[in-house]
Design a protein around this ligand. Sequence first.
Ligand code: ADP
Ligand code: MG
Length: 374
Amino acid sequence: MSMKLKSIHLSHYRNYSNLQLELNDGLTILVGNNAQGKTNLLEAIFLLSVTKSHRTNHDQELIQWGQDFALVEGQVQTENYSYPLSLQISSKGKQAKFNYIDQAKLSSFIGKLNVILFAPEDLQIIKGAPGLRRKFIDTELGQSHPVYLQELLTYHRLLKQRNRYLKDYGRSTKFDDLYFEVLSQQFIEQAVKVIGYRTKFVQDLARLAQEIQEELSGQKDQLTISYDASHSRLNYQEIDQLAQAFTDLFAANQQREKDQGVTLYGPHRDDLSFYLDGKPAQFFGSQGQQRTIVLSLKLAEIELIKELKGHYPVLLLDDVLSELDAHRQTVLMTRIANQVQTVLTTASLDGLNLDHLAHLSIYQVDQGHLEKEK
Ligand SMILES: Nc1ncnc2c1ncn2[C@@H]1O[C@H](COP(=O)(O)OP(=O)(O)O)[C@@H](O)[C@H]1O
Ligand SMILES: [Mg+2]
């Protein structure tokens, strides 16, 4: 079973003044030159899933120039339900509706549509800064476990509070040890929760990605993934002893934290590492190997959503097919064909193998307008 986005409607979204699109259950291809609105459309679908763009943190950029709001609406269908989702962005912020009802908390809206997006920038998950990998975990974990987002918010609130106290009083005689200890205990408790979610997620993802990597690389590359504490010797596998380990670590480093005025340990500094045959892929992997890891990750996420939610998510492929060699393209297309609803963008249809697809639509994208070709 898979989740389907039956239709999407855009109003004043980026370069789309008004778009109504009915999607088929299989593959939809958006073809067009640069800067016509292909990625914008995928971005809008992604937004409907996680309420954030994958390209910008500034929601206002999504509003069509000269307009004062942007609206994205979609109709979702699962095995037993069919419901509308709507997200409106204005200068006042975001308004999310599930089944026409306002959702005061975005976390109760996130995940009503499950989407996996694969774009060229995703190579940064391997090569980029740790913050990008944390964002990757948080976004993907959030859509399968919306409650995680609540826990993460609480964690960041406690982190901010603890940092503020260290900054304001770390060097002062007014520093209240007892108060700080209470604050630290709350912080640690929340940190352990966040780490618990993340390590479980990474374990599940690694298990699936490893198999897929073997298929993609023809058994050659052994992929391992680990979630690590970036600058400490904390052992994240021993989750039941983690709180005590944190307490000891903070006790041993209190002076350093006071001097620097920040919390030195916790999930806000953690990282994810990828290894091929035991060697860090970030440093030793070729561009092609790194790209294969990202593809394995994305395909693993699709399977993980299926395991956790009971349905396949919608897959969005932004200009990535042309970067994959024939074998990887075939593995990808075979895995998704006729079971994962997919929207893909490309500059050209040349070289795409579109045989054996039960549902296929092709649209030409031209300055925010779609023209059906097939
Ligand atoms: N807020 C906005 N209002 C109107 N047009 C926008 C807005 N943001 C981006 N654009 C336009 O969208 C186009 C880029 O669309 P994009 O989907 O990234 O192109 P591509 O087809 O190459 O994927 C550009 O022409 C850009 O000027
Ligand atoms: Mg694009």
